[in-house]
Ligand binder design. Structure first.
Ligand code: N01
Length: 503
């Protein structure tokens, strides 16, 4: 429990891949004076929250895991949620993180104290202060529900994919699944065989590629355990394959045509009915939205108890869902697979910077952070998975580990300079962000003809990294002190001469 007088060197918010990774890294840097603040009662972040039927990762497990915690025992090429969650629990044990965890401790407010030059953190269990605050809450943590009139008076069950109600039995029920993103397309084939009827409410069809999933054989697992270099080589191959694809997403989207043909043929092979196939055919370039992987989604949609309504959910009238095209269906349960608050991170309303404004106010024209990590006016606040650090085609764990390198170097920089804090210079943040946005212009995410959650409400892509993971690794290897104002205890701030190149 956080006591009123407690002070720590570092407070980490969140205990998913980002927060646990930060905790491991802090210990490896010799820092033990830190806490991990977690609002729920266990670790795991998005892999704890998302326990819906069929939940699995669409990045191969040997790449979607920490480089410092290889798991030779991954059971499948794309492991399911229970295995990933168990992996994170093991990481917490193996690396001695439990003593640092403050479970059921929600951060309500974090305010930079300009006098004391540290963070004042108010949690649901009391207050603490910290020299450095690491925000590792992640972009996929707060569910987003569309504002649908009448939903409050719906008499049946309503839940979001990341808040699955395991006490509610869907068997024999009439169910509407709203949305056709990565979550929904895993749920649909998992629940279709047991429900009485399934209405899939599709505002925009996704591109879906076949999923090459299989058991990892006992022989492979034995080999990875006995000869760890084989697991490293496997990871390396998975990484390289994805690095080689990046140019097509970021610079030459026309190269994705071949991939689009594979997805179109996957659809054609799976769905014979031309009317249904037309409904399921996207009218934008593949890659613009996240490419989905599934070999059982399309077959589920062809089953007699399943129907695709190609329209947005507009209203709920009693127990009837009403779509924008006028279609009405009476249902017993509504499952919202409508995504998360990504470009409007809820933590933004809770973090208050040096000038008394919240991060959300500071970011009212769009999120931006120097090297995805720090924000001007918010000294000693560091992000894991900050703005423009998301990926369209590879493992987020690679990006998380790069940000952790940056954080480790930041903490070293505080020690070596004797500074109490570093504050990103506005011109450095601007320069970095202009470079990111310039590189974004040609990407498939901006030019592919779709609206996705990568874009904020002004149409700016503030979520995805427009380059390779190796490029981000290089950009976050070292903290450049000329990009910061150095704050020392009691002394006036030191401003080094400006520099131009940000990346
Ligand atoms: O959410 P989404 P998600 N009526 O935002 C639709 C990660 N993830 O939870 O496309 C009808 O992608 C909306 O329609 P449109 C992954 O990064 C990873 O599925 O905006 N529909 C869309 O179809 C993923 O990208 C794994 O027109 C409405 C859907 O809701 C991210 O999480 C697995 C609507 C939202 O899709 C989010 O995925 C699962 C309305 N009124 C998730 N409002 C892995 O395997 C919204 N929609 C790693």
């Amino acid at each position: 429990m956080a006591g009123r007088s407690e002070h720590v060197r570092v407070a980490v918010i969140g205990s998913g891949f980002g927060g646990l990774g930060a905790a491991v890294r802090l210990r490896r840097e010799g820092i033990t004076d830190f806490v991990v603040l977690e609002r729920r009662d266990s670790v795991g972040g998005t892999w704890r929250d998302n326990s819906y039927p069929g939940c699995a990762c669409d990045v191969p497990s040997h790449l979607y895991s920490f480089s410092f915690a290889p798991n030779p025992q991954w059971p499948r090429t794309f492991s399911g949620q229970p295995h990933i969650r168990a992996y994170l629990e093991r990481v917490a044990d193996t690396f001695g993180l439990r003593p640092h965890l403050r479970l059921e401790t929600e951060v309500r407010r974090a305010r930079w104290d300009t006098e004391a030059k540290h963070w004042q953190v108010a949690t649901s269990r009391g207050e603490l202060t910290a020299d450095v605050l690491i925000s590792a809450g992640g972009p996929l943590s707060d569910p987003k529900l569309p504002n649908v009139p009448g939903l409050d008076s719906f008499p049946g069950a309503v839940f979001h994919t990341s808040r699955w109600d395991h006490d509610y039995d869907l068997k024999g029920k009439r169910v509407a699944v709203i949305g056709t993103g990565a979550s929904a397309i895993q749920i649909v084939p998992a629940i279709q065989p047991e429900v009485a009827s399934l209405t899939v409410v599709q505002r925009t069809p996704p591109w879906v590629m076949p999923r090459m999933d299989r058991d990892i054989t006992a022989a492979e697992r034995w080999l990875h355990a006995k000869v760890p270099a084989t697991a490293t080589a496997r990871r390396g191959m998975l990484w390289l394959l994805r690095e080689l694809q990046v140019g097509a997403f970021t610079k030459r989207p026309a190269l994705l045509r071949g991939v689009q043909r594979i997805a179109a043929s996957h659809l054609a092979k799976s769905v014979k009915d031309p009317v249904l196939r037309a409904k399921l055919t996207p009218d934008y370039r593949i890659g613009c939205k996240r490419i989905l992987l599934s070999s059982d989604y399309y077959p589920a949609l062809t089953r007699p108890n399943t129907e695709v309504v190609a329209s947005a959910l507009k209203e709920v009238r009693g127990s009837t869902v009403v779509m924008a095209d006028g279609t009405e269906r009476e249902v017993d349960a509504i499952v919202f697979g409508t995504g998360f608050h990504v470009t409007d991170m809820p933590i933004g309303d809770r973090v208050v910077g040096a000038d008394g404004r919240t991060l959300a106010e500071h970011w009212k024209d769009g999120m931006a952070a120097l090297r995805g990590s720090s924000v001007d006016g918010f000294p000693n606040l560091l992000f894991v998975i900050g703005p423009n650090t998301g990926l369209g085609n590879s493992s987020m764990i690679l990006m998380i580990e790069s940000s952790l390198n940056y954080i480790a170097d930041y903490l070293r920089a505080l020690d070596t300079t004797g500074a109490v804090a570093l504050d990103a210079r506005p011109e450095a943040v601007r320069s970095w962000n202009e470079d990111v946005q310039r590189r974004m212009v040609r990407t498939v995410w901006n030019t592919g003809g779709c609206v996705s959650w990568y874009l904020d409400d002004q149409g700016r892509n503030t979520t995805v990294w427009p380059g390779t993971t190796a490029g981000f690794r290089r950009a976050t290897r070292r903290v450049r002190l000329d990009e910061y104002t150095i704050m020392t205890a009691g002394a006036p701030e030191q401003r080094p001469a400006p520099v131009e190149v940000a990346s």
